[in-house]
Design a protein around this ligand. Structure first.
Ligand code: PHE
Length: 450
């Protein structure tokens, strides 16, 4: 396959696209509830450490491969490996990445569908004056309705595939320019409001003062998985975006900006949500429904709260849309290389992911009692195994490829910070990032083996 000629229209557009991929449900929905289940501050500390020590080098590796290969992930890995006289089987790493994005998108679309439902409930005034009990009851009632959950999941899949069918480097850019900053602004407003609530102090303590005695291998693995999930790395999704990266852009700068914004959004939404949790004596370990209960409670108690809640769900939906487009892109790009046109590829991928999404979608109703492994529903399984295990494993292989298979000259060229910068990245990747990922994954598996 020939190299792609599409490019993001500017350097800014590339940063926006990668930020769009990174910032999404991971920061606003997943971070608070996974932190809640893992004791708060210790999880947060580990997550930030993993973003710095492993996330950044792996993110660089992933985009670097895309940029050096200038093809969709499967074809890029095969071509780059063969150039170095290595086996084209390296493309299996991308195959594994595609499996991961497939699984992640299947639940991502379902949960983004919950935001569509919440947007419509807010517009209909259902949260105006509602009590905390009514709000948490409303979530259970909604999730128990299989038709409504599937309808919203279907709508979201349509939204995603409509953009991917056209090609991602055109389209979303202008919206991205406006809506993402608005989302950050609204989160800041929410945190300012949270500072006036009685639970604020406790929320800060819960998020920022770690109890080291609570350290377990599970907390470490969850923090690692979350770091990869929220940065959108380990599944070749950013690799697909790297293929369209302009020639004259600094990769390191882009990656640092994205990581800072990503952590910032998680901190803001964590502070806001845990302030509500502690002000209203909610349970921080209550799981995936946490955000959908906490935010309506917070907003409905604020001045202009209901319009702001509507704006929030709209912006959240936008943030999840830009992430799901990134999740779909590597699948669609990889199969629309030959006779298959992009729209047809998008249709096929969309239908398959939609069908797979029915399992997590129905996990709270029709399939609530189907628990294939360890008492977990399909929703529990697909929201934990691909992010926590598959992404770090994929990231490990991607980093390995970039550090030891990819032509060093090409890699240095794609990194674009000169030879000494390249050597520094190589050392950090070889001696810090790769061994740490191996260690954490082993620590998760070994206790289970014994
Ligand atoms: N980073 C996205 C989020 O935080 C999710 C994602 C994971 C996107 C993996 C692409 C690849 O919501």
């Amino acid at each position: 396959m020939k190299e792609v000629v599409d490019r993001w229209s500017s350097r800014r557009a590339f940063i926006l696209a990668v930020t769009g991929a990174a910032v999404g449900l991971g920061n606003i929905w997943r971070f608070p509830y996974v932190a809640g289940e893992n004791g708060g501050a210790l999880f947060f500390l580990l997550y930030v450490f993993f973003v710095l020590a492993m996330g950044l080098p792996v993110m660089i590796a992933e985009i670097m491969i895309g940029r050096a290969g200038r093809r969709p992930p499967i074809q890029a890995l095969a071509a780059l490996a063969q150039e170095r006289g290595r086996s084209a089987k390296w493309s299996w790493v991308a195959g594994f990445g595609l499996l991961t994005v497939f699984l992640v998108l299947s639940f991502y679309s379902v949960v983004s569908g919950w935001s569509i439902e919440y947007l419509s409930s807010t517009v209909q005034g259902k949260f105006a004056g509602a009590s905390a009990e009514n709000i948490s009851h409303a979530l259970d009632v909604f999730l128990a309705n299989p038709w409504l959950v599937v309808l919203n999941h279907s709508l979201f899949m349509l939204l995603t595939m409509a953009v991917v069918a056209k090609g991602v480097s055109s389209g979303l850019e202008r919206l991205n320019n406006w809506l993402m900053p608005l989302l950050y602004l609204l989160l800041v407003v929410l945190v300012i409001y949270a500072a006036t609530t009685p639970g604020f102090g406790e929320a800060l303590k819960w998020l920022f003062s770690p109890k080291f005695e609570e350290l377990t291998p599970l907390v470490v693995v969850n923090a690692l998985g979350h770091a990869f999930f929220t940065l959108a790395i380990g599944a070749c999704a950013l690799m697909a975006y790297g293929a369209y990266m302009p020639e004259d852009q600094s990769l390191v700068k882009a990656v640092v900006i994205v990581a800072v914004l990503d952590v910032l959004v998680a901190v803001l939404s964590g502070v806001a949500i845990f302030s509500v949790v502690f002000s209203h004596h909610l349970d921080p370990t209550s799981g995936p429904g946490l955000m959908f209960v906490a935010l309506p409670i917070a907003f409905s108690a604020m001045p202009f709260g209901i319009p702001l809640l509507g704006a929030f769900f709209l912006l959240l939906l936008f943030a999840t849309w830009t992430s799901s487009i990134n999740l779909a892109e590597p699948m669609v790009a990889s199969i629309s290389t030959g006779r298959l046109s992009r729209p047809v590829a998008a249709l096929i991928v969309g239908l398959c992911v939609w069908a797979a999404g029915l399992l997590p979608a129905l996990s709270f109703s029709t399939l609530a009692n189907v628990r294939p492994i360890a008492g977990m529903t399909f929703f529990d399984l697909v929201t934990s195994v691909p992010p926590d295990i598959f992404l770090p494993l994929g990231g490990l292989m991607i980093a390995w490829f970039a550090a030891s298979v990819l032509d060093p000259e090409k890699a240095a060229g794609a990194l674009g910070v000169g030879t000494s910068g390249f050597r520094l990245w190589l050392r950090i990747t070889r001696y810090v990032a790769i061994p740490l990922v191996v260690l954490v994954l082993l620590s998760a598996l070994v206790p289970k083996l014994i």
